[in-house]
Design a protein around this ligand. Structure first.
Ligand code: BG6
Length: 510
């Protein structure tokens, strides 16, 4: 493991939910795993007025997100962790008053030996990212002449291609690109990283990973939850911006990319950008109409509970057409993927929470057995990102008895069977990588921009195009009724169950 140097993590927007829900628990896990450097300080800052102790109580001692974990440790152990955490208020806004912050950072750095290595984590509204970067630079806090300085930014990274580009240029005025870490928590998931291993560490898959053997690729990202308390944010965002532009296009880039020459961050990121740039951008209305579907969940009885429709959610415009379901069919213009359709969907209030990539292989080109080529029996490689993480291969076997009747059998691998049980959660892994200066699992500026370039025309069409519709679907079903219309021929979405090996149509009655 690369050495983790002494450092200070400065969190902007520290009184927000992300800090107590994700960041501090991830740091606690790193502390438990002995990954933190000898001299390590967390300094939270936001507009709220809190003392160090009040902040420690909020994010550690009384945190509902840490409660269970803390119970299994004695007081001194927890206190030692909490004592690494400090707080200072930023002032009345994030725009102007950085002298106090600078002074606190300098004092803590001197007192705790953090060697002028500072990582700034921006968990504030993106509209003020550039201002924060500017102010940090004005205080010489982006300057690496003594110690390194890194900037981690949370999503959403931009609202469109134009805004993402402006944001990139804005941040790059003050921090160099190698100093900027754009977080995408899906890249912190082991199963997403394993896409690289599946493809490039196995000679049984990669030779087949192209248009000669793959019929189509299907990616599903489904959640059972609705928009919860985030209606205000979500209504301006929608599924395409919230999930597709970032998490799903990151997964897609790993499925699509060419083999990098080695596993260095820049080599992998170069190939990902190339992959994203080869996505065929849909520009004309007819193509967009045919290849995209958006939907919105309606009120219904869901898992024994009456749940509101999207338009009834708090913070949502009662006439909103924002999508909570987005499905897109597209092609990739390069040698490997010519004519292979990709079907990708993401949605809330689906029957189960699941993310999976399904590689559908072509049926054998000459059919010897009369029954072998039928559609639901194609060879599939199912890569389960979550839950019940694993890989499933569906292949044909002979049904015992006379003749040659073919049935599908499963070959399965589950992460839970591995002897190494300590799988880092996404934020833990990503924070540790940034602390070590490894940007492999962070999105580079050009990746983000290429992703927006693909998404922008769809958003524009959904906003202003003619014939655009938002279809309703009852909470708890697999999207609008016409969702399968995207597919060519007799194919349709594989609607997975909760467990990797559940066959489509599998249904649990609660
Ligand atoms: C976030 C989205 O980025 O990812 C949420 O903003 C979504 O709307 C969440 O619920 C899903 O993450 P995960 O890791 O639970 O699949």
């Amino acid at each position: 493991m690369a050495k983790v140097e002494n450092q200070m993590l400065i969190i902007f927007g520290a009184s927000g939910d992300l800090t107590s829900r994700k960041l501090i628990p991830a740091l606690f896990d790193l502390y438990k795993g002995k990954y933190l450097p000898e001299n390590f300080v967390v300094l939270g800052t936001s507009r709220s007025v809190l003392s160090d102790q009040e902040f420690r109580d909020r994010v550690v001692n009384n945190s509902k997100y840490l409660k269970e974990r803390l119970n299994s440790h004695d007081e001194a152990y927890v206190k030692d962790f909490a004592n690494k955490i400090f707080y200072t208020e930023i002032g009345k806004d994030y725009i102007s008053e950085y002298n106090g912050l600078k002074e606190r950072i300098t004092n803590l750095n001197d007192a705790h030996g953090t060697d002028n290595n500072f990582m700034f984590y921006l968990s504030t509204p993106p509209s003020i990212y550039e201002n924060i970067a500017k102010n940090l630079a004005a205080q010489e806090l982006a300057n690496e002449s003594q110690g390194w300085k890194r900037l981690i930014v949370e999503k959403p990274f931009g609202y469109s291609y134009e805004t993402a580009k402006n944001l990139n240029r804005g941040l790059q005025k003050y921090f160099g690109e190698p100093q900027i870490y754009r977080i995408d928590h899906y890249l912190g998931k082991e199963t997403v990283q394993n896409l690289l291993i599946t493809r490039f560490a196995n000679s049984i898959f990669e030779p087949l990973w192209n248009r000669n053997y793959i019929h189509h690729v299907e990616i599903t990202n489904a959640e059972t939850v609705g928009v919860e308390k985030r209606g205000g944010y979500y209504d301006k965002s929608g599924a395409l911006r919230d999930m597709f532009q970032n998490h799903l296009l990151q997964i897609i880039s790993l499925v699509v990319m060419e083999p990098p020459i080695d596993d260095k961050a820049e080599e992998i990121r170069n190939e990902k950008v190339k992959a994203l740039k080869s996505l065929r951008i849909m520009r004309d209305e007819e193509t967009l109409l045919k290849n995209t579907i958006r939907g919105q969940y309606l009120a219904s009885d869901f898992m024994g509970e009456q749940v509101p429709g999207y338009r009834e959610e708090e913070g949502v415009d009662p006439e909103s057409t924002t999508e909570t379901y987005a499905a897109v069919k597209f092609y990739i213009d390069n040698w490997r993927w010519k004519d292979v359709p990709f079907y990708v969907r993401t949605a809330k209030r689906m029957p189960t929470k699941v993310t999976e990539v399904v590689i559908h292989f072509k049926s054998p080109h000459h059919h010897i057995f009369s029954e072998s080529g039928i559609i639901d029996k194609d060879n599939k490689l199912i890569i389960r990102i979550q839950p019940d993480e694993g890989i499933l291969i569906k292949f044909g076997v002979k049904v015992p008895g006379q003749g040659f009747k073919v049935e599908r059998a499963n070959l399965e691998f589950y992460y839970s069977d591995l002897s190494e049980k300590n799988v880092m959660n996404a934020y833990e892994r990503l924070l540790l990588d940034a602390m070590q200066g490894d940007p492999t699992l962070y999105a580079r500026a050009d990746e983000v921009e290429a992703a927006w370039e693909f998404v922008d025309p769809i958003l524009e069409y959904w906003k202003n195009g003619k014939d655009v519709k938002t279809y309703g679907y009852s909470s708890g079903v697999w999207g609008p009724q016409n969702a399968d219309e995207l597919f060519d021929g007799l194919y349709s979405w594989r609607n997975p169950g909760e467990q990797l090996a559940d066959d489509p149509g599998f249904c649990e009655i609660h």
